[in-house]
Ligand binder design. Structure first.
Ligand SMILES: Cc1cc2nc3c(=O)[nH]c(=O)nc-3n(C[C@H](O)[C@H](O)[C@H](O)COP(=O)(O)O)c2cc1C
Length: 225
């Protein structure tokens, strides 16, 4: 017999399966209460860090001029990303789920690139240290010490009626963003999370490849019967 769940699994699973990248459903007109951001950040800091380093830092940007500056960098990066031919994963056959989902995602991403300056709150999660010239262990440890907190932040926001989206494109111009936000040279920016109240009531789980196809048991490539 399976053990009795220690918490409301249904509710936890609902949060975990319906926290989507929110772009078109961000309410650009409604202000975001500072306390909601602060509460969600407190929850995010329950995430693990390598050696309990806790070298994380979150830059919350609400100032309209600064948001406009960050959004301009993001838009420039989005333009380069889409014009380079890189976004469309041409190696995928047309029947692949990811190839089918791509045009919708790109359309949604283009909307965000156009409207990022209007999103009331931007959060730039940062981590102490620079690992661009370090080995894979250092890279895994440094990024692994901030990314769980970022996802927790997005989950906590969603539970409070706030939508967000994980974005990274502005990092193409990381130094320019650092100058704009006064971020020191030994700090790494890891993402840019636009945050706003979301419109509509709920979100659906996404279609994903089945876990079975992506899981090996004991040896790479060995599926479970
Ligand atoms: C590492 C990472 C980088 C991402 N960068 C961007 C980005 O720069 N812009 C964007 O619009 N979405 C970005 N996304 C969001 C993905 O496009 C999104 O998670 C994916 O399309 C699946 O959609 P869903 O989150 O709604 O399930 C990023 C997601 C991750 C995890």
């Amino acid at each position: 017999m399976l053990p009795v769940p220690a918490m409301n699994v249904e509710l936890a699973d609902q949060l975990l399966t319906t926290t989507r990248s929110v772009r078109k459903r961000l309410d650009l007109k409604r202000p975001v209460e500072t306390a909601l951001i602060q509460d969600a950040l407190e929850i995010a800091l329950q995430a693990p860090t390598g050696s309990n380093a806790q070298g994380w830092h979150f830059v919350v940007v609400t100032d309209a001029k600064k948001r406009a500056g960050v959004a301009a960098l993001y838009k420039r990066a989005f333009g380069l990303y889409t014009s380079s031919g890189s976004p469309m994963r041409t190696e995928l056959p047309p029947e692949d789920l990811r190839a089918q989902q791509f045009p919708r995602i790109l359309d949604s991403a283009a909307y965000l690139a156009e409207h990022l300056h209007e999103v009331p709150v931007h959060v730039v999660p940062c981590v102490e240290g620079r690992v661009e010239n370090a080995g894979v262990l250092a890279q895994a440890s440094v990024y692994g010490s901030i990314l769980p907190a970022v996802w927790s932040l997005m989950l906590a926001l969603r539970a409070r009626g706030l939508g967000s989206a994980w974005t990274t494109l502005h990092i193409m111009f990381e130094q320019e963003a650092a100058s704009l936000l006064g971020i020191p040279a030994d700090i790494t920016q890891t993402a840019l999370i636009p945050i706003a109240h979301y419109s509509g009531k709920t979100f659906k789980p996404a279609d994903r490849l089945p876990a079975r196809e992506l899981t090996s048991w004991e040896t790479w490539g060995r599926r479970r019967a």
